[in-house]
Design a protein around this ligand. Sequence first.
Ligand SMILES: [Zn+2]
Length: 285
Amino acid sequence: MANIQNTKDMLIKARKEGYAVPAFNIHNLETIQTVVEAAVEMKSPVILAATPGTMNYAGRAYVQAIAEVAAKENDIPIALHLDHHETLESIEESLELGTKSVMIDGSHSTFDENIELTKKVVEAAHANGATVEAELGRLVGQEDDMIVEVGDAIYTDPDTVEEFVERTGVDSLAVAIGTGHGVYESKPNLDFDRLEKIKNLVDIPIVLHGASGIAKEDVQKCISLGCAKVNVSTELKIPFSNALRNHMIEHPDETDPRKYFGPAKDAMKKAAIEKILICMSDGKA
Ligand SMILES: [Zn+2]
């Protein structure tokens, strides 16, 4: 019933009201349907996050079209968001297709190069009514093919935040405060003081990446400290894959995708609902 949205109003409202919009990484028709079903059931706004790897796998135009159908058929705010895109060119491809929310990840460059690239993306995106998330600092772990070792991870320096936001004009900011991408090998130490400092410096919504495996209390503390978007990928992929694997083991002769994806979708939906409750976005659609 609605068009696909950018994430501006969605995230400003969330930061103001003290909850977060969950951003779920999706990969295909089934995973988009699943997280949207969970969000509809919980009356939660939802962000469908697609990495460059997903776009290579499923095709930008296909992902865009499926997300648009999801937005039209459901009465909740739905955004399609480009997750961890690293080039202006790839973002422009999606802007032309109608994408309204993008992340430019210039965190692997120097501070000035990050600003320069982010600024270009902001100009292109805003000209198309799209919003931009940038990243300052660098998260440990693996996202798509990008691997950051522990020694190369950098916490966001609060002293650079104001300058970065001002010079780039970004709409939201991903920060590195101790979370990582993928599965945690030991309990991560989150730097809440750092987050609080950042929150007090800028009024744009802050984005928490690597929320899979972070305890509910810690995620909610981050939300109370300005995180208005919480990214979840691993914690949805694992139940989907486990359910699919178990189903195949129990039904070794199964050949019908319409049957074997069912339990995988159910397991993923359950995990998505749990995350919506942690984000406290239920009833906020
Ligand atoms: Zn991320």
